[in-house]
Structure formats: C-alpha cells, structure tokens
Write a new protein. Sequence first.
Length: 541
Amino acid sequence: MGKQQWRVVLAVMFAAVMLWSCGTTSSSTSSTTTSEDSSSSDDSDTDLTDVETGSDEDSDWDNDDVIYITLNSTSISVDDTTQVTLSDASTVATITNAGTYSISGTLDDGQIIVDSDDEDEVRLILNGADISCTDNAPLFIASAAETFIVLEEGTTNVLTDGATYVYADADEDEPDSPLFSKDDLTIYGDGSLTVNGNYTEGIRSKDGLVIQGGTITVNAEDHGIKGKDYLTITGGTITVNAGGDGLKSNNDEDSALGYVYISGGTISLAADGDGIQAETRVIISGGDITINSADDGINATTGISISGGDLTIASGDDGIHSDTDLDITGGTILVTESVEGIEGADIILEDANITVYASDDGINGSTDDGSSAYLDINNGRIAVYASGDGIDVNGSITMTDGTVLVHGPTNSGNGALDYDNSFVFSGGSLLAAGVGMEQHPSGSGGARTVVFSSSSTKAAGTLVHLETSGGEELFTFAPAKAFRYLVFSSDELGAGAYKVYVGGSASGTATDGLYEEGSYSSGSASTKSFSVTSTATQVSF
C-alpha cells in the first residue's frame, strides 16, 4: 500500500472516532524529532546561547496552491476534499497532506486537525478564523514535520475551548489546550490571535514553539504559552493572563532543551505562577518585557542569561531566580516588587542598568548545597532598595567597575552588604547605606574605602557630601532610608585630606539618590575633616 493510500486510511480511521464528539480523538502518529541545534542529553557544557531561533523560509507561497477551508458557523466546507476530510456532520476538518491552507469564518463547535505524514510541512493561514470547541482543542496538530501558522495582516482570529474535554480513551489526556501541537510549531504574521484556554493551557507544543510576530493574547486557566523542547520569541506583541506560568518550557530529559529564548517583541505577562519558567535555561537578548507574577518573575534551573531588552518585574517571590548561573550583561531591568530581587549561585552583573526593590535581600548569592557562591560586578549601574540585606553573598564578591548604590535595611539584623568570604574591590563606585551589621570591601583589590558612621540615626533623604580639601566633589548622596553608616568605595579615592558634610542641600536631579550634576550647598550641615591613609578608613560623623 502506498503512502497516499495509508494517509487516506489513517484519516478515515481518525475521523471515525470523532463522530460522537467534536474533539474526541484517538492517539495518532506524531513526530519525535527535536531541534536541529540540540545536542545529546549528556552534554553538560551546553552553550547558553545555543538556541533555535526559527527562520523566514516559510514566508512566501504561491496563492494558486492555497486550499481554502471555510467555516460556516455550524459546518465546514473545503475546496479540495483530497487534502482535507470532513467528519462529524462537517464540523471537523482533518488536513492529511503537506500544503498551504487558508482558514476563515466562524465555527461554533468543531475542530481543525492536522494529521499529515511526519515528514510534511503544513502552513495554516488564519484569515479571520473564530473557532470554538466545547470539549476538545479547536486547533489540534496531531502529526506533521512542522506546522506554520500565519496570522493574515489586518485579521482577527480566535480559538476557544471549553472547561472540560472528552477523549475517546479514558487513558488519554491530550490535547488539552485550544492550540495544541505534537510537533514543531511556528507562529508569525501581522494579524491578531486570541486564545482562550478554559480547560488548562493556552498554546502548547510538545516539541518546539517559535513565535516570530503577530498580536497574540492568551487567557489560560493554567500555563499560558508552553513549548516542551523550547519556546522562542523573536517578535510580536504578546499578552498572557495565566493561572499558572506565563511562558514555559519543560523538557527535563535533555540538557540542551527545556529553554525559553527571547530576542524581541513586546511581552506582557500576568501569572499566578512564574512569569517565565524554564526547566533548563532562560536567555533574553532583547524585547520589551513586563511581568506581574505571584511566584518568581523569571525562574530557571541551569542558568539565566540576559544581555539586552527592557524588563519590568513585579513578583510575589524572587524577581529573577536561577538555581545556578545568572549572567546579566546588558539591558535595563527594573524589579518593582519582590521578596528577593535577584538570586543565583554564581552571579555576573555587567553593562546593565538594574534597579531592585525587595522586601528581603536585594541581590542574593546562594547555593542549594551550601557551597560557596559568588557575585562579580564588572560594569553598569545597579541600585538596590532592600528591607533585608542589600547585597548578600554566601561566598565572595568582586567589583572592577560600574556604579552600585545600596539603600539598605532599617533594622539592625541585616546589612547593606553581607558576605561570607571576601569583597575584592578594584574599581568603580560603591555607596551602601544601612543601620546595622556594617561590612565593607576587604581592601585586597587595591582601591580605597571610607566607612562613615554615626551614633545617631540620620533621617531618610539626609545628604552626605564628600569632597577633597581643595573642594573637588567625590559624591553627593541622599540615602532613601534612615541610616547610621555609609560605605564609600572608589578607585578615585586616593590618599589625602577630605571633608565630609552631613545635611545641606543640592541642586540638580538625583538618580537613585546620587546627584551627578548641579551644586552642593553646605548651609548648616555638620562637617568633618579627615585623612585617608589606608585602604579602609573609619570616620565618625
């Protein structure tokens, strides 16, 4: 029997079990292929940037080859029944061959199913399609080498499922979302797609999922958008309201898979779980991302790499959490609300603009097994507002460049800086204000530190101004919280005579409490002269 004959037989068998329900499906053939970029599961040194980004190879097609599927409220019609079979009183259309299919109209209760050979590529053009299915997936990709969904420019498309699903076999539990694919799926175009997942999830692929464009809105009882092997987003405007995680990848069998990669697009996530969750890695190199999550904003097991983009995160737990490596080497990150702002075992911060608000530690370096963690700050600008420790590392800290501003805790049980081993400071500028548990760089980096301390608590917003004996300003800083000490480390702090002023006023605009322009007026400020002769100088003010 030839391949075409087998396809017809399989289509008939598949359609037969559909007759008693719009979406009651039997198991069907599916591809087990994974990303071409994937390596074997024993590759423990997988490059964080080795990801599937998709391509534009499917962007063109011949209109003369398009097969049209028309949705007529209570039935479906097609112009080529050799490529598409109809069943269940013409409410279920099953695509059995490779090709390009245009879908338009409204279907009140039915399904579009792709069940082609696992070497076939299928293109679905959603051209104003509104599909509902009360007890199964309105759009189910059961088998194909890869499926491309094109959102036709200027069109609105909707997929909606019911709150319960009916399966042909009691042991089945798939499909379980309005847009469900057993194989690789790519979504692009300039139209819009709304997915209402009333049963569990919104968009789900059991292989890889790539989103390259479109205006996509997902409302889901559980996870919003999930690609098992990987979830890649390179463009589009995406809004997710999820009862579970917003974006998710969950392959836990291959260390090269199970990742979320974002390089572009405008993404807004509201999630009762994590905003973004990956079984292995989260990689972000671009995009405008807003997260409001009940659990972690971003969570990954084997690493997080952020090298670009604009991120705003409000989290009920950690803003950004990695069980292992956490590299932030670019972009703008604002954590407006969190328990712990940024947490990882080995943290590198470089060339990024980071602001963190936390009810506990602002930046936390810790490991699950109790081994030593580290924090390496190479450049960028970092501002921390913490009720717990400002920067807490169960290990060592190094800083070579950049600006770090810590508005630390107002209780004596925590410190603006808290580290176990060493803090090697060799360059940049550090200002850290707190009330108790004062720590400062250990001096082994060569740059100097001054610790200003007071027997009385200074009010939030009180200016501290440091200048040389010749009047050259080093900083004017207004801690956002009450403080009793202020740590200042800088590679511009040389041996010599200085004056510190507490109080007074400053012109210009402060960014995170630091005045970088304008002038300082001492007024009735208290003043003290002192000399710096060693790597760490204590000054009472």
